[in-house]
Design a protein around this ligand. Sequence first.
Ligand code: SF4
Length: 273
Amino acid sequence: MKKVSSSDTIFKEAEAIGDAPTEGFFGEMNLNWMIEKSELAGLYDKVREGRRLDIQDAHRLYQTQDLNMLGALADLANNQKNKKRASYIVNRYINYSNYCILSCQFCSFSRKKRDQDGFELTLEQMQTKAREALELGITELHIVGGLHPSLPFSYYTDMLNGLKAVSSRLQLKCFTAVEILHLAWLSKRSVEETLHELKACGLDSLTGGGAEIFQPEVRKKNCDRQGVSQRVSRCSPYLAPARGEKHLHHALWSRGNSRGSLGSHATVKRTAG
Ligand code: SF4
């Protein structure tokens, strides 16, 4: 295997022969110097010009040992997009139930009806939690559960209507992509019709979970029923990557499928739903 020098090593070698820049290693003046020497040099222009990286670029980034340059490129991309802005949301996370008809291998959340620690909340209990959140100044609720075996579709629409009735200030970010698929099946509607119906009842946005693994081979092993990956992509465009090199394919797949999809606010990976 070809031995690759990191920019750190290059710097030390250059320093030893008196050829290193004299500014601090991460100083702005030295970025060009680092880029020129780095094995990732060719990617700099692409990132700077905001061009899409392809699978070959992704492999280079994944395999590089030059973590300094990788960090510098990531910082450059982030700065171009966000400047110095950073934001966050304080929300209340509520699980309406942990019963689920699936048994995904990685899931430690779901329970079966026979389990003693299974639960489902009533609308009144959900409303109490919503009021508690409001008292703390929290206006966004993040609501998810498993794929419940017996709750009717009206449970979900009543939940949304009932929470909006507590306060119209509440932002309802509810359901993972796979829950939406389940609700569409439950209501005997298409995914699109189901989303319209839920939106009419108060749904403001979707959560980011439930479609984390798009690499077909990995998904099949862990949790998929045939074709679910393709269909959930229509519900949840922003997806957290699976670990390992296969996530390169996952990232490209989800990026390609996110264009023109329905909106979602969350990018947080989670285990339930
Ligand atoms: S990950 Fe979600 S769909 Fe899979 S078993 Fe857990 S709760 Fe159910």
